[in-house]
Design a protein around this ligand. Structure first.
Ligand code: NAI
Ligand code: MG
Length: 330
């Protein structure tokens, strides 16, 4: 049975890197039906809506979404961010950020880990208060939120044949909130006897990610900690041009490059398409096409090892040249 994939290019380099990823997917001849949908600032200028209801519906109906990037315009009152709206509408509570060494000169070798970040609660619950000389933010951790993110991490480990999940928290200080997260995650771990569960305090984790990142496999943590650790991790292996993310919920998922619409290079044909191609690999894995995902990852690694690098990775290959090289490597 073919799977329905909704594709949103968005703005700026989203319109260059998404077509690149689609041509790579086409070469894999997967049983996917693609639908194009509109979102972003260009869409707003055309039809007065940055995220039309039809696009939300198309994303809901799809088995997965490939999303490029959107521009956030300055100062339009009430302007809705397409990606944030979609994450909320589809309740995409798990943010997956894989970090894998691909042989980029000057970056770390031997890293192959995924950070699974809770994406709906924690310190980003939006419950802040300005009390004059005091301001507070409420850190909301729930058993339900902790349970489903832990399960997402252990399921990912099982699907990808990974041996270990590290639960990252600060329960020695945040005894109630991190305490609940930690307890719940270890309770979920009992359902996965084939996978080792261990734990680390977040500050130690920040250090260990620099010292010996190759020792970690899957890291599961709360919203703010995951936000910071995942950006830190991406810089070990090549930075923004290679960073891909998945946003996963119970009934849907969006895969995207971590970067934005890069107006400074849009239209020049030099955008690095590899982050979006790696996002497409995550989409394949999510839709059960594990072998296609691995082929894609290997093709990207071989292009990098052959030195066909875009400017952001120190080379001079354009978007098209990199894309053709990935297709050839497949
Ligand atoms: P950005 O990620 O678009 O660009 C930051 C820098 O990295 C720029 O110098 C850019 O040229 C470079 N860069 C990014 N992706 C690249 C790629 N694939 N290849 C080569 N170089 C790349 O972030 P910035 O400049 O802060 O934001 C630009 C716009 O994108 C803003 O409107 C922002 O709101 C939006 N944005 C959208 C995101 C999304 O759609 N999820 C995420 C981040 C920003
Ligand atoms: Mg971030």
């Amino acid at each position: 049975m073919s799977k329905r994939v909704c594709v949103i290019e968005g703005d700026g380099i989203g319109r260059e890197v998404v077509p690149a990823a689609l041509s790579v997917l086409a070469a894999l001849r997967l049983p996917f039906d693609y639908t194009l949908a509109k979102a972003g600032y260009g869409c707003y200028q055309e039809c007065g809506d940055s995220i039309p209801a039809a696009t939300v519906a198309a994303c809901r109906e799809a088995d997965a979404v490939l999303f490029g990037a959107v521009t956030t315009p300055p100062d339009i009152p009430g302007y809705k961010s397409a990606i944030i709206t979609l994450r909320k509408e589809l309740d995409l509570y798990a943010n997956l950020r894989p970090t894998r060494s691909l042989g980029v000169p000057g970056y770390r070798e031997g890293v192959d880990l995924t950070i699974v970040r809770e994406n709906t609660e924690g310190l980003y619950s939006g419950q802040e208060e300005d009390l004059g000389d005091v301001a507070t933010a409420k850190r909301v951790i729930t058993r339900k939120g902790s349970e489903r993110i832990a399960r997402a991490a252990f399921e990912l480990a099982r699907r990808e044949g990974r041996p270990r999940v590290t639960i990252v928290h600060k329960a020695n200080v945040l005894r109630k909130t991190c305490g609940l997260f930690r307890r719940t995650a270890f309770a979920v771990a009992k359902d996965y006897p084939d996978i080792t569960a261990d734990e680390m305090l977040v500050d130690a984790m920040a250090m260990r990610l620099i010292r010996d990142p190759e020792k970690f496999s899957v890291i599961v943590t709360t919203n703010l900690f995951g936000d910071i650790l995942s950006d830190e991790a991406s810089m070990l292996v090549g930075g923004l041009g290679l960073a891909a993310a998945g946003n996963i919920g119970e009934r849907g998922a969006i895969f995207e490059p971590v970067h934005g619409s890069a107006p400074d290079i849009a239209g020049k044909g030099v955008a690095n398409p590899l982050a979006t191609i790696l996002a497409a690999a995550l989409l394949c894995s999510y839709l059960g096409e594990q072998e296609a995902a691995e082929r894609l990852n290997r093709a990207v690694a071989s292009v990098i090892r052959d030195g066909i690098l875009p400017p952001d990775l120190g080379g001079s290959a354009g978007t098209q040249e990199v894309t053709r090289a990935v297709v050839a490597a497949l």
